[in-house]
Design a protein around this ligand. Sequence first.
Ligand code: ARG
Length: 375
Amino acid sequence: MHRQQAVIGHHTAELLREAEAYIRQFGSELRISEESTSARIAGIKAEIAERGTYTHTFEELAYGAKLAWRNSNRCIGRLFWDSLTVQDAREAAAANEIAEAVFRHIEYATGGGKILPTITVFAPTTDAARPAARIWNDQLIRYAGYEQEDGTVLGDPISVPLTRTCMELGWRGAGTAFDVLPIVIQVGANPPEWFDIPKDIVLEVPLSHPDYPTFETELRLKWYAVPFVSNMRLEIGGLHYTASPFNGWYMGTEIGARNLADPFRYNMLPAVGALMGLDTSREATLWRDRALVELNVAVLHSYKSQGVTIVDHHTASKQFMLFMEKERQKGRQPTGRWSWLVPPMSPATTAIYHNRYEDRELKPNYFYQDPPYGQ
Ligand code: ARG
């Protein structure tokens, strides 16, 4: 009994420390008076003493989610951190209520192609190992990956473990290379439940090339419009939001230089090279590089011509340099991780490549969490 209390006391002290640090940062950045901030901290202290936890105001939650984006060292798109739309879904308790909020997020943030950076925040926990809810998908929209008899994968190899899990839960896909997986939601320690995403809210972009008319008809490639990261834990002031899906818009290379090009993903460079009539018999013809460029031209061309927000890596790099400059002007030392910020094609043509970044971890932030299903 005595021991138990000591442990709880330790957690509580830690929670209060984190809460106070955040509320002070919130107050100073938003120019809230010292009196109001101190009163708020006293209120939180009383609430923690009584309930073992506390509740963020909507403003504290919203600003914390924005700061978590600003502090995301791997993200090149942080110039827009202050424009994040925050949807408060802390009241959603049952899996189907969470699914409804997730669908609203998908529809709102997709904006018919005019993508709005958005986060939906579900109920928090004080102990990250005991989440109130988890979304099992790493992104809300992902293509299934089916392992074939011969060891090859139909669809997206990155999704093989989740696809297997969904099938064990009774889900069946159509069996194409682009089947959208269902959302798998777990509340507390309950068994997970899956929900098919209504087809009409999933915006996809068929890929065509401005100079190669057969690109569209021969390759029949497409990608979804919006990347919704759904497996990270948002930590603000000692509270852990273990379900807090968020989205920005794509940088073209994520699709054209990684998802469709990586040998362990859709591996399309050989097919693109063949379509272009390149000499693929020797590496020195640089057919891979030439195919890579044209695949990326197709991605940017297709998203733009279909009115779906996307950014090329040169523009994104310039926007990131502007973000760094703005942070310094505000008297803050920006942080970043070079290996993630550098685009995966023509890296040295961007300013990002030629700079150094301090990879310091600040809070609030988004953190990885272990997948709750077998890999
Ligand atoms: N790289 C991931 C993908 O290709 C998406 C990560 C988030 N990207 C973003 N632009 N917000 O699906």
